[in-house]
Structures are given as structure tokens and as C-alpha cells.
Design a protein around this ligand. Structure first.
Ligand code: 6R9
Length: 653
């Protein structure tokens, strides 16, 4: 069922039997009380919607479900920025810290209170308005982890302008095609982003991207690093010129009342074809779903210091650095740089400095820290930590235990949270203080989430009886509302395999206690360091190189990144498979998609294993990549091909 590449991990998971019951002292003070799951889900979401959010017009109907189309909090009017910022200031929380922002250069930090955040957001919104941005204007955002990132999203939300935030590590082609697909009219970017002590250019990439997306007529650039960049007359503006002189009185730029179901933002994500999917999220359900899960899953209290160490460019950053925490008036840490700059103790210094209570990160980062050892960590006081979270890929029990023992001092519950860009919010997760934890298991569906595991025929596999397809049978508030410009693909990808459930694209099993064990993707989507990449996207990038005839991309298991990319390439006549060519192809993929998509290995081959019907047999290439005995080769047109590739791969090691 699950991808072969993860079979070792799955074997380890199957054998895992350690359990960690909740500490009664934690249970005593936890947000999720015993009996939490006994509540009626509709009553729960109705109450959370009313109490956690502020409405300009109250909603009249909780939800409508006409499979596959869901609507939540119908009839309501609200504004995300009002819910995240203004109302907290009105309620006397102006002096509360919204973000402890830590720049990458040591000692470059800012404390941003809710009042400061409001002032920055109102100025930015007035500045954007002066350039013509208003309700319904589509805007692309291409920023690193600087204060202007949440400020921009909140200012756009204030104006009712839908946005798409493209991760700063993505290439010009990736940014350009996303802007083109969404028909963005504006782009907000920065000169360059700090990356391990050096500026990594963003504006030149944005320039290239704008050449591909003629709908973009105006670009605003934050000067973060003082890097010299080209500014095109009439199109390009500096953030400081647009924003700094603006009024910061909230009355000068009121929050636009939005319908619950108005488009909030788009997040592009890799699917099983070369073309990324524009995943649509609307306003009210998204805000209710993210803030409610944030409150219960991380046990957020008024004085909690919370750090989600993701990038805002991913859905995790949208939901759990910006919108969920701000709706809850939480104090967050936001960090610009990498965990190893200037040295490997940076994270632990940050936790000690701000007395962080909750850390939310990805297994790949945990495994990287594991590889670095505990020396740096032991020099710091991490005793403020109370809850540890994990997201992005299956966490292997060793990493889970290491995280709990070394980072959490053996006392913090680890919440392994399973969800997807499409889901918007955490769907399967332990609740600290309530759930008996099992290393490697995401345990329990959140309240109202009707998760199940189906067999090929769409029959539910009973608990304890094996693995199958992860599905969800009922809608949840932050559920995506469709795919941009492609309703057919929306129905085909998620709702066609089974007539009565959403197909998540992951393999899973439910154990005898009813706990879920997620087993990775079952489609052509790979998960490298928690980032979703499609095999086809990378193959297309490789084939776009003038020397490449054919390419097949598979993943192999990797101890740090979860999966690593292996590309098999046949070159055109006259091109040679030199080491230089190999480096050139890796760079080419980096330029086409982004550095995270660079293959870890490139194997040159004279031909690729094809079935007689002309399909590349990726399964066999995966066997080669993982050093396994080859599976069934009987359908191959030319069985000798794989042996040649195998020898080639071995001689390359
Ligand atoms: C939030 C996010 C979604 C895919 C998903 C699955 C994997 C995420 C996981 C997990 C096992 C977890 N995934 N969390 N697998 N356990 N706790 O990561 O969204 O980038 O869309 O990726 O990530 O395979 O299908 P996204």
C-alpha cells in the first residue's frame, strides 16, 4: 500500500508498542477536558465559531454539504485582520506581544506588540490602497521570514484582497506560473533574504517571474538587506516609499466586511501532474478551524509563548504562524534564519531567551538536530517547554523519542499532527493531557473529523486489520473549497476514487485502539524534508534541459530528509554524462523549481525501463534507488535495461 521507499519506516512503526499516558498534572490544567470527544461536533463548531471569532454579521447556518462542495458559517460577515489584530487592541491587549521576531543576524530582533502590529498593518493597508489594491484585487507575495510577511497578509486581509504567498525558495518559473494562473495584478517582495549570513536575491527572481506574468503591473519591494536591485520605472516601488508615511489610525482604513465564504487565499501545491494545484481557502471556516485546533492541540494559555518554526510560505506557516495564533491573541516567536546560523545552538538560544512553551516543527529538522547531537542543546535551559509538535511527514519513533527526551526533557507531550494544504487545519492529532501517546502515531481524528481507512473497493478496513487509503467522510471547517480554474481536477483527484469520501493521497492504518498511523503518500507525490514535490514536475524540469532526452524521477528513503530524490536520465546523442553535466542538471532543476527540488542523485542511463505499453517502470527504478532486489520485471519491453542501470548506479556510489 504505502510507497516501497518507506517500507523500512513502516516496519519500524508496525513493531512500535511504547505508550505514554498523559501526566495527570497536565490533564488538570489542559484546554481539552476529559469528555472532549463526547461533545456533539456541530454544537462544538457552532460554539467555537461564535466565541472564538468576532462577526460583523452573525452567521445563520453552520454548514451546507453538497458533496464535494462544503460551505461553513453561512450568512456571516467578518474580517480576518479584525479578528487577528484590531479587536485584541480594542480589548485591552495592545501591549501584549504578538511576535518576538528574531532576525538571522545575531542581535537583530524586534518585539512587536498587538498595538505595533495594528499600526504596521494599517499603514501597509493604506499604502497598498494608494496603489489601487482593494476588495477582490489579486496579489502575490514572495517574501522571507520578515515582519513584513505577516503584516502584508494581514493588510491584504484587511482590504479583502485575496493573495497567494509563494515560498521564497521557489524559482522565477514557479513564481511566474503561479502569478499567471491566479492573474495577480500586484506582487509584494523584498530585495534579498538573509540566508546563512549572505543575502539570497529575491527581487531579480521576481523580475524574471513578472516577465512571465504580464497581469502584474505593480511591485512593492521591502529593503531587507540593502542589496542593490533594479527598479523599473512605473512598476516598482520601495515599501518604505509606499508605506512609511501612511496614517496608522485604524479608522483611516476600516476592515472590509467579508462573506464567510469569500475567497481568502490560494496556496499552490504539488499534485500528481506537472502543474501545481491552486488550492482555494475561504474566510470563516479557515479562521475557525485553524484557531480552534491551535488552542486545543497546543494547549494555548493567555501567557503561552509559542513557536512554529515553519516558513510562512507553506500552509503550516499560514495556519499556525499567522492566522490561528493571531486569532487567539497568542505571543509567537518568528525566526528569519536557519537552525545552524551562526552555529547549531541558535534554536536552543531562542527557546531559552523567550522562554518558549510550545515548539512546532518538522521531523526532518528533528532528525537534523539528532544528527548534530545533544551537545549544543545541553548548554541551554529548555525547561520552559511544555508541548512539542511535529508536522509534515511521518515521524519515525526514534526521532519522536529523541525529541521528547532531549528537547522536551522527557516531560512534554509530543503532538504528531497530520494534515494537508487542502485541509487547512490539523485533522488527526493527539490532544495533550488527554491522549495516550504512541511514538509514530498521529493517534486520533480531531472532533468532528470522520477519518477512516478504505480498501481498494471503498470498504472501511476495521481497526487493527491492516493498511489502506486514508479518507475523510464529512467536511471540516477549514476544508479547501476547490482548485483554481479546475473543478474537473478537483473532483477527479479527491472525490472520484470513492463515492462517499475525500481521498487524502496517504496510506494509513488504524490499530486495535483506534489510533491512526500515517504511512506516507501513495501517489506520485514525494515528501522531501516535509515539502511536497511531484515526480512529474521534476521530470518536466529535467526534460526541459537541451541535453536531456528522457527522465524518470523516484524517491528513496533518507535518514534525514525522509525521502530523497533520485533522477534517472538519458541524454541526447552527443551529450556526455560527465560530473559537470550532473551538476548542471541539478542546478537546472534548482532554477526551474527551486533548490529543494534538486535531485540528491542523478544516474545517467542509456535507456529507461519501459513497459511494452511505453510507461516508465518507476517501481523498478525505486528498487534500484533503494538497493533492493528487483521486483517483477516480466512486463518490461527490454529486461536487460534495469541491470545496466543497476550497475551504473552502483559504480556511481
Ligand atoms: C501540513 C502539511 C501534506 C502531506 C500529507 C502527508 C504528509 C503531513 C504528517 C504527514 C504523516 C504527519 N504529512 N503531516 N504524514 N504524519 N504528521 O504538511 O501540508 O505540505 O500539503 O503536505 O504531508 O503525506 O499528505 P502539505
Amino acid at each position: 500500500m504505502a510507497q516501497d521507499g518507506q517500507s523500512q519506516n513502516i516496519d519500524a512503526l508496525m513493531a512500535e508498542s511504547r505508550t505514554y499516558p498523559p501526566d495527570p498534572a497536565f490533564t488538570e490544567q489542559a484546554n481539552a477536558k476529559p469528555g472532549f470527544y463526547d461533545q456533539d461536533p456541530d454544537e462544538f463548531w457552532e460554539r467555537e465559531g461564535r466565541e472564538r471569532l468576532s462577526w460583523f454579521t452573525d452567521f445563520t447556518t453552520l454548514k451546507e454539504w453538497d458533496r464535494p462542495y462544503a460551505k461553513w458559517y453561512l450568512g456571516g460577515k467578518l474580517n480576518a485582520c479584525y479578528n487577528c489584530v484590531d479587536r485584541h487592541v480594542e480589548n485591552g491587549l495592545g501591549d501584549k506581544v504578538a511576535y518576538y521576531w528574531e532576525g538571522e543576524p545575531v542581535d537583530d530582533r524586534l518585539t512587536i506588540t498587538y498595538a505595533d502590529l495594528q499600526s504596521r498593518v494599517v499603514k501597509a493597508a493604506n499604502g497598498f490602497k494608494s496603489l489601487g489594491i482593494g476588495k477582490g484585487t489579486k496579489v502575490a507575495v514572495y517574501l522571507g521570514m520578515i515582519p513584513e510577511a505577516p503584516v502584508t497578509l494581514l493588510a491584504l486581509a484587511r482590504l479583502g484582497a485575496p493573495f497567494t504567498f509563494v515560498f521564497g525558495g521557489f524559482s522565477a518559473t514557479a513564481l511566474g506560473s503561479r502569478m499567471q494562473e491566479m492573474e495577480c495584478e500586484y506582487l509584494i517582495t523584498q530585495d534579498a533574504a538573509n540566508r546563512r549570513g549572505k543575502p539570497g536575491a529575491l527581487k531579480p527572481t521576481a523580475d524574471e517571474a513578472m516577465d512571465m506574468a504580464p497581469t502584474v503591473k505593480t511591485c512593492v519591494t521591502v529593503n531587507r538587506t540593502g542589496t542593490e536591485v533594479e527598479m523599473k520605472d512605473g512598476r516598482d516601488h520601495w515599501w518604505s516609499d509606499v508605506v512609511d508615511g501612511q496614517d496608522d489610525d485604524p479608522k483611516s482604513c476600516p476592515c472590509e466586511p467579508m462573506d464567510s465564504e469569500d475567497l481568502f487565499f490560494l496556496m499552490f501545491s504539488s499534485g500528481t501532474t506537472g502543474k501545481p494545484k491552486g488550492i482555494l481557502h475561504t474566510t470563516a471556516g479557515y479562521l475557525a478551524g485553524t484557531s480552534t485546533t491551535h488552542h486545543y492541540v497546543f494547549d494555548i494559555k493567555p501567557d503561552t509563548v509559542y513557536w512554529c518554526a515553519a516558513d510562512i510560505g507553506w500552509i503550516t506557516g499560514h495556519s499556525y504562524i499567522v492566522f490561528g495564533p493571531l486569532v487567539n491573541a497568542t505571543t509567537s516567536v518568528m525566526y528569519e534564519g536557519t537552525p545552524d546560523f551562526p552555529d547549531k545552538s541558535r534554536w536552543w538560544e531562542i527557546i531559552e531567551r523567550y522562554k518558549v512553551n510550545v515548539l512546532y516543527t518538522a521531523p526532518t529538522t528533528i532528525r537534523t538536530h539528532m544528527k548534530w547531537g545533544t551537545e549544543a542543546l545541553q548548554k541551554h535551559d529548555l525547561s520552559s517547554l511544555k508541548v512539542l509538535g511535529s508536522v509534515g511527514e511521518p515521524i519515525n519513533p526514534e526521532a519522536w523519542i529523541w525529541y521528547r527526551d532531549n528537547v522536551g526533557g522527557g516531560k512534554c507531550p509530543v503532538v504528531d499532527t497530520w494534515w494537508q494544504t487542502e485541509n487547512g487545519m490539523i485533522l488527526v492529532t493527539p490532544l495533550p493531557g488527554l491522549t495516550t501517546l504512541k511514538p509514530g502515531s498521529a493517534t486520533h481524528p480531531f472532533i468532528g473529523v470522520k477519518a477512516a481507512v478504505y480498501d481498494e473497493a471503498g470498504k472501511e478496513i476495521p481497526a487493527g486489520e491492516g493498511a489502506g487509503y486514508m479518507v475523510i467522510k464529512e467536511p471540516w471547517p477549514a476544508m479547501f473549497r476547490g482548485l483554481l480554474n479546475d473543478d474537473e481536477r478537483f473532483k477527479q483527484t479527491y472525490w472520484s476514487q470513492f463515492s462517499d469520501a475525500y481521498l487524502a493521497g496517504d496510506g494509513a492504518r488504524v490499530d486495535g485502539d483506534g489510533d491512526f498511523w500515517m504511512m506516507g503518500r501513495i501517489d506520485d507525490v514525494m515528501n522531501v524534508s516535509g515539502h511536497r514535490l511531484s515526480t512529474i514536475e521534476i521530470e518536466s524540469a529535467l526534460v526541459s534541459h537541451p541535453d536531456v532526452a528522457q527522465a524518470a524521477v523516484v524517491s528513496r528513503a533518507d535518514a534525514t530528509t525522509g525521502q530523497a530524490i533520485v533522477a534517472y536520465v538519458t541524454l541526447k546523442d552527443g551529450a556526455d554524462g560527465s560530473t559537470e553535466k550532473l551538476a548542471e542538471l541539478r542546478e537546472h532543476v534548482g532554477k526551474e523549481i527551486g533548490p529543494i527540488a534538486k535531485p540528491a542523485n542523478v544516474v545517467f542511463a542509456d535507456s529507461l525501463p519501459m513497459t511494452r505499453s511505453g510507461k516508465i517502470m518507476r517501481r523498478l527504478l525505486k528498487d534500484v534507488a533503494e538497493n533492493r532486489a528487483l521486483g517483477d520485471t516480466t512486463t518490461l519491453a527490454d529486461p536487460s535495461v534495469v541491470n545496466e542501470i543497476k550497475q551504473r548506479a552502483e559504480s556511481d556510489k
